[in-house]
Ligand binder design. Structure first.
Ligand code: G4P
Length: 534
């Protein structure tokens, strides 16, 4: 790689420890190869010795977290996790984004805790719906994206067509970084354009080739193979039409370098890891009030982006995942929960490695520590050593599944209220009250969240509940600079309005079309798909 970011510290000029952190996530549509790629990244880093461990670890975790019946019944992990590994003096924190039916707000919110992402695309399918949704969340924070087009060992779509699709669908500049020579049965390897070298079909490094594409077409050995010759012609077309790689454009979230490869065959994976090390940004200033938090700030601060409940049935505890934003955290430190105004002693923080958990003695910006607690920490909370900062940019996301809560035992209304409030605080669901009527309405982004909610309300609060559809499938927070216009809107739409837990007005719609119509009819009103957590 030619462009190097934050080279590992030299002895003469020690650099801030956090600059060695790369905190990232993988976004993809189910089946694109995220799990396989995760395994191979861990393998490439030496964090695990055998592929298959991510899955094996998943199994182990499932046995451990048997507190939740549905988790076992469905054989999937409800919650995401963190994997830390080290390579070449850098520490990589890979935050897992639950993707299949366990898609939830956690998936979205994890993206608020990373500094960059890898977008995995199936070479035969291109950009799929879930990739697009997750990309939109990345865009909210201009998170830089490296694209990995996976499965080139299989027949796939024309690389030029895929580049066009990525660029058009995501409105991003694209530029190839690693190019495939043939595909499927005709796959002949890759060209690493940065290193000016071939990558063999078994993933090993091949011979050096000219990095200048004109000179490449004079490489007789390559051009003698019709598949390679065709791929090189295509590469010439791509490079003549597309901008050169610009690391600042990438870090600003405006350009994505595109790597082709095969996670399954470990072809192009080490190059991808190298690129994250070289190009992906170290922790950056975190949006916060009264002002952004710089990772150089000595005051220790961080925010909770996820709470996993009852990992251990015997203890019925919770683990809050805290992404550090500044300072050097040390075990035993007292941190103030800015929301609750209470101080907590962080005596048993955890790090999560590929196969293990370990006590976290020291952590810096970009690191994620798990803090066991009994419900004192909620998603969105800021912890700070001394300064009263409040980290922002950890939103609630507009739900896509909306249900009325059915309570069979009316005597338990009070327990239900507490259960829903607690679980909403934890980030399991969003809870609304309709303007007309008294029932609770819940909103989630993934169907499994409803099962999790019902199971936990029954198991932990002793309240059996059911859900019924109410004809809405989306919701938007509404706001306006014009108070009169807002009041007029609320008055005229009382039957389709509710309020969230903070009392903010929410508009329910039964289709995208209804939403668009409302936006057209009430141009002074903003219909918001996210809302800052209170
Ligand atoms: P996900 O986490 O994104 O859902 O995808 P996962 O890694 O589980 O991969 C989905 C399927 O695609 C798996 O096959 C996996 O082996 C396959 N796959 C992943 N990367 C590649 C690749 O580079 N090339 C090819 N040809 N296949 C790839 P499966 O049959 O569904 O599961 P399994 O039985 O292999 O585990």
């Amino acid at each position: 790689m030619t462009e190097t970011l934050e080279a590992p510290a030299s002895k003469a000029v020690p650099q801030a420890e956090y600059k060695t952190r790369r905190t990232f996530a993988i976004i993809s549509h189910p089946d694109a190869g995220k799990t396989t790629l995760t395994e191979k990244l861990l393998l490439a880093s030496g964090a695990i010795r055998m592929a298959g461990n991510v899955r094996a670890r998943g199994e182990q975790r499932r046995t451990r977290s048997d507190w939740m019946e549905i988790e076992q019944k469905r054989g999937i992990s409800v919650s995401s996790s963190v994997m830390t590994f080290e390579r070449d003096g850098l520490t990589f924190n890979l935050l897992d984004t639950p993707g299949h039916s366990d898609f939830s707000e956690d998936t979205y919110r994890t993206l608020t805790a990373v500094d960059s992402a890898i977008m995995v695309i199936d070479v035969a399918k291109g950009i799929e719906s879930q990739t697009l949704k997750l990309f939109e969340v990345c865009r909210l924070r201009d998170i830089p994206i490296i694209t990995f087009v996976n499965k080139v060992d299989r027949e796939g779509r024309d690389p030029l067509e895929l580049l066009d699709e990525i660029s058009d669908t995501l409105a991003l500049d694209v530029t190839p970084a690693v190019w495939p020579l043939g595909m499927g049965v005709d796959f002949k390897g890759l060209i690493d354009l940065n290193a000016g070298r071939l990558i063999n079909t078994d993933g090993s490094q091949g011979r050096a080739v000219p990095s200048d594409v004109e000179a490449l077409s004079g490489d007789n050995q390559l051009m003698a193979d019709p598949h390679c010759a065709h791929s090189i012609e295509n590469l010439q077309l791509a490079l003549s039409a597309l901008p050169d790689f610009d690391v600042e454009a990438y870090r600003g979230g405006h350009m994505t370098p595109v790597f082709f490869g095969s996670a399954l065959k470990t072809v192009g994976v080490p190059e991808l890891l190298q690129a994250i090390g070289d190009w992906a940004p170290a922790p950056r200033p975190q949006p916060a009030e009264p002002e952004p938090v710089s990772p150089d700030d000595e005051n220790v601060s961080g925010f909770v982006f996820k709470v996993q409940a009852n990992m251990d049935k015997n203890h019925r505890d919770r683990v809050a995942f805290l992404r550090l934003c500044s300072g050097t955290f040390r075990r035993g430190m007292k941190l103030k929960n800015v929301r609750a105004g209470r101080e907590i002693s962080v005596t048993s923080p955890m790090f999560f490695f590929a196969q293990d958990r370990e006590t976290a003695d020291e952590a810096v910006a970009g690191d994620v520590i798990g803090i066991p607690n009994h419900g004192t920490l909620s998603v969105g909370d800021t912890l700070s050593e001394a300064k009263p900062v409040k980290v922002t940019g950890i939103p609630n996301f507009a739900p896509e599944i909306i249900r009325r809560v059915r309570l069979s035992d009316a005597m338990k209304a009070k327990q239900l209220a507490k259960a829903l409030n607690d679980l909403a605080e934890e980030g399991v669901t969003q809870v609304y009250r309709p303007v007309i009527g008294a029932d609770y309405i819940v909103g989630v982004v993934g169907p499994l969240q409803l099962d999790v909610l019902a199971t936990r309300v029954e198991n932990e609060y002793g309240v059996p509940i059911g859900f019924e559809p109410i004809g809405y499938d989306t919701a938007r927070w509404v706001a306006s600079d014009d108070a009169k216009a807002l009041k007029d809107f609320l008055d005229r739409n009382r039957s389709t309005m509710g309020t969230d837990r903070q009392g903010a007005p929410v508009f329910f719609a039964n289709s995208k079309w209804a939403l668009e119509r409302a936006a057209k009819n009430f141009p002074e009103i903003r219909f918001l798909a996210t809302r800052e957590m209170g």
